[in-house]
Design a protein around this ligand. Sequence first.
Ligand SMILES: Cc1cc2nc3c(=O)[nH]c(=O)nc-3n(C[C@H](O)[C@H](O)[C@H](O)COP(=O)(O)OP(=O)(O)OC[C@H]3O[C@@H](n4cnc5c(N)ncnc54)[C@H](O)[C@@H]3O)c2cc1C
Length: 366
Amino acid sequence: MKRVVIIGAGYAGILTAKKLAKKIKKQGDVEITIIDKNPFHTMLTELHEVAAGRVDEDSIKISLSKVFAGRKVNVALDTVTDVDFESKLIKGEEASYEYDYLVMAAGSKPTTYGVPGVDEYTLKLWSYEDAILLKDHILNTFRRAAAETNEKERRRMLTFYVVGAGFTGVEMVGELAEYVPILCEKFEIDRKEVTMVNVDGLSRPVPNMPEKQSAKIAKRLDKMGVELCMNAFVTRITENSIVFKRNDKEEERSVGTVIWVAGIQSCTIAETAADALEKQRGGRIPVDKYLRSTKDESVYVVGDNMYYVPEGDTTSVPQMVENGEQSAGAAAHNLAAAVTGQGEMEEYKPSFHGVMVCVGGRYGTA
Ligand SMILES: Cc1cc2nc3c(=O)[nH]c(=O)nc-3n(C[C@H](O)[C@H](O)[C@H](O)COP(=O)(O)OP(=O)(O)OC[C@H]3O[C@@H](n4cnc5c(N)ncnc54)[C@H](O)[C@@H]3O)c2cc1C
């Protein structure tokens, strides 16, 4: 019996499990287990829509037992805390799991870059719980502001900073800008009292898109009443203020809410694995062309956790869903070859179709 254990039921982990199960359907002696700390898959790409009340929170959760109903995949609800690569043993809070082949698909978490105050005073956006917390927070902020009689304090409460003008930051602030007029009407608040700022050390929003797209995003955000504060490096966040450095000058601004979407790193278990195997930028794990760890051929890495520079490229594959999906296909193929001893392994040759950014529910650029 060969055991394949997948850590993480995100985009990449689920697809690896489904594709592998299909490939080895007629093979009785292979067992596939997928472990996740949640009993559901979260559609992370829609978190900001939940946070700003546009879509229902249940619509971004997909039950894992439903996903794998009728398939030869065991689902284990557990939080993985460690992996012993020598003895091929995964340790979880609830149980331990022996494996012959391991797939690391545990995704990312926000990174704070060590900026003081980020842990304590900002809201994040990288899980189902984060999105619900943010949604409740935004609603309660307007509710409390409506009852605040001091105008200066009310304006502070209604000041929102989104730190990070990459894909996630722009999409978050765009949703917020669309939500604000609805909340102002609901709570009878003057729209002019609400401030929204998108701040980043970069010189333009979503700089991995062409300049033309950045300009379109900037124009749209401006039209929606969002101030873009570029070339500004956040140095500190306190309970009621945000401090950043711009043109060698430090500015401190009064703030009610800071949403931190400034960057990501591998989640804790993937980073722990990277420490034991080999570690690249952001705690990602280097893989060979068959998506096996460069240090351990029984470990495959897919999705956000992998570090791989395709032939002819200069940077690693992007931490996006399309890479998760395509790497899952290649890993499932190669795992099937490894567990059955039949067929050739295939090289990972991703081909991405480009990117799209949404600024609210009615505008996007690609
Ligand atoms: C707000 C937002 C918007 C985004 N928009 C886009 C977009 O428009 N397009 C795009 O391509 N990408 C987008 N992304 C990025 C995209 O979501 C990620 O690239 C993708 O989720 C990576 O897939 P993955 O399978 O590697 O990891 P994930 O989808 O993050 O899945 C990882 C899984 O591992 C589980 N896990 C983690 N640690 C443990 C542990 N210790 N034990 C057990 N289980 C564990 C988690 O619960 C999770 O289910 C967005 C991300 C966010 C947050």
